[in-house]
Design a protein around this ligand. Structure first.
Ligand code: ATP
Ligand code: MG
Length: 422
């Protein structure tokens, strides 16, 4: 026997028993995004490698070691997208959506990073992302954060997540701060963990992110980015905080919050949970006013975030939400009545849009059909037999609760069903 082919490590099937929850989440998220007037955009999952190198940054974990990069048959270097922002900017710039207008956009789909797979961290994972272009003030930063807060409510997660904020200033602020930070960290080099020692040369701000207790101790007396912000960035950050305060959004300013992607400036934020162990960040984002220009467009402010769908699903599963069964009505034909029963099922689909009307196929005894009806999760079975057909009725058999089975005229079936499908 030949060896079985399995899925690739870290790239998971989402099975029918899980897709109901995914759809539940996606529906709710779509509802919230629509209520803020955001429009969906869909981008390809493969892009030119340079797009990610130029946006995310050459010296980032993603570009240095996580991207799925390959040569296609033409010899071009292509990459499976590790995130959506770069593609979204590319698409908007390419199709003229950026200038003299604003865009409020969202997207969803798979992203790819070659990381060590573990709970909440995969090689193919899904993000729902939001990007807003053309608005430079803190009003829109506040809006996207309010939007995320509303999402947590819609998903029943409001008690499980908390918001952290920081401001990274502009690139000059960060350059001055970087020098000060490096000078300071060098004087404590031996007390830093190995990763941080390596990062010190190439991307020192990432040291702020270190979880190592020794490094964290050193960081306590390190210079703070907040002291290096220019007046504009400071005012922007104050403006954002005031809007969040006025709208009752709780947050913690975390001076060590930096993101692993180079394009962020000014506002950065993360929503985290302590219910998922080490993979606690469920949503992360910020402002990237320099990115459009960096990718060859005219200067255009931008702000956005991405949520990790798998992590949200893990959180929601802990709450055990009740989802509706995929089948509402199970239709059975007993005897030589398949054609009219099939026609009846078709009529019901017209009359009850959005309901799952499943026709039993494959024959079998009454008992075995009833077993399948039960297992389908349907609230009610409809049974058509030769006698029923002859007298223009159908048997309605409730599968849950106490109600008795009864025969109803075929013309009244829809009404009879509605009473079972509240
Ligand atoms: P982390 O610090 O957890 O590696 P990140 O900073 O690399 O996250 P972003 O690039 O900001 O993450 O992506 C936004 C969100 O996407 C994360 O907050 C997380 O919820 C999710 N995410 C990122 N990488 C993965 C992954 N490999 N598997 C599952 N979800 C992920
Ligand atoms: Mg990461």
């Amino acid at each position: 026997m030949s060896k079985k082919i399995t899925s690739i490590r870290g790239m998971n099937d989402i099975l029918p028993e899980q897709t109901g929850l995914w759809q539940w989440l996606e529906d709710r998220v779509r509802g919230v995004l629509t209520s803020y007037g955001y429009q969906e955009i869909r981008m390809p999952v493969v892009e030119q490698t340079d797009l990610f190198k130029r946006s995310i940054g050459e010296v980032t974990d993603i570009v240095e070691k996580e991207m799925y990069t390959f040569e296609d048959r033409n010899g071009d270097s292509l990459t499976l997208r590790p995130e959506g922002t770069a593609s979204c900017v590319r698409a908007c710039e390419q199709h003229g959506l950026l200038y003299n207008q604003t865009q409020r956009l969202w997207y969803t789909g798979p992203m790819f990073r070659h990381e060590r797979p573990q709970a909440g961290r995969y090689r193919q994972f899904h993000q729902i992302g939001v990007e807003v272009f053309g608005i430079g003030g803190p009003d829109i930063d506040a809006e996207v954060i309010l939007l995320t807060a509303r999402l947590w409510k819609a998903l029943g997660l409001a008690d499980k997540v908390t918001l952290e904020l920081n401001s990274l200033g502009d690139s000059e602020d960060r350059a001055r701060y970087r020098d000060a930070l490096v000078d300071y960290l060098k004087t404590h080099f031996d007390r830093l963990d190995e990763d941080s020692q390596k990062r010190l040369e190439r991307s020192p701000l990432r040291v702020l992110d270190s979880k190592d207790p020794g490094t964290r101790e050193v960081l306590q007396d390190a210079p703070q980015l907040a002291e290096y912000l220019n007046a504009d960035a400071r005012e922007h950050f104050d403006g954002l905080k005031a809007l969040l305060d006025a709208n009752g959004i709780a947050y913690k300013v975390n001076p060590y919050l930096v993101r692993g992607l180079d394009y962020y400036g000014k506002t950065v934020f993360e929503w985290t949970t302590d219910a998922l162990g080490a993979q606690g960040t469920v949503c992360a984002g910020g402002r990237y006013d320099g990115l459009v220009e960096q990718l060859g467009g005219k200067p255009t402010p931008g702000v956005g975030f991405a949520m990790g769908v798998e992590r949200l699903i893990l959180l929601i599963e802990q709450e055990k939400p009740e989802l509706s069964a995929p089948v509402d009505v199970y239709v059975m034909a007993m005897g030589d009545v398949l054609a009219p029963t099939m026609a009846l099922a078709e009529q019901l689909r017209d009359a009850l849009p959005g309901r799952g009307i499943q026709l039993h196929c494959g024959g079998g005894s009454f008992k075995s059909q009833m077993k399948k009806a039960d297992r389908s999760g349907a609230a009610v079975a409809l049974i058509m037999g030769e006698d029923e057909l002859a007298s223009g009725v159908v048997t309605v058999k409730p599968l849950r609760g106490q109600a008795e089975q009864k025969q109803v005229a075929q013309g009244d079936v829809t009404n009879a069903l509605i009473s079972f499908l509240e």
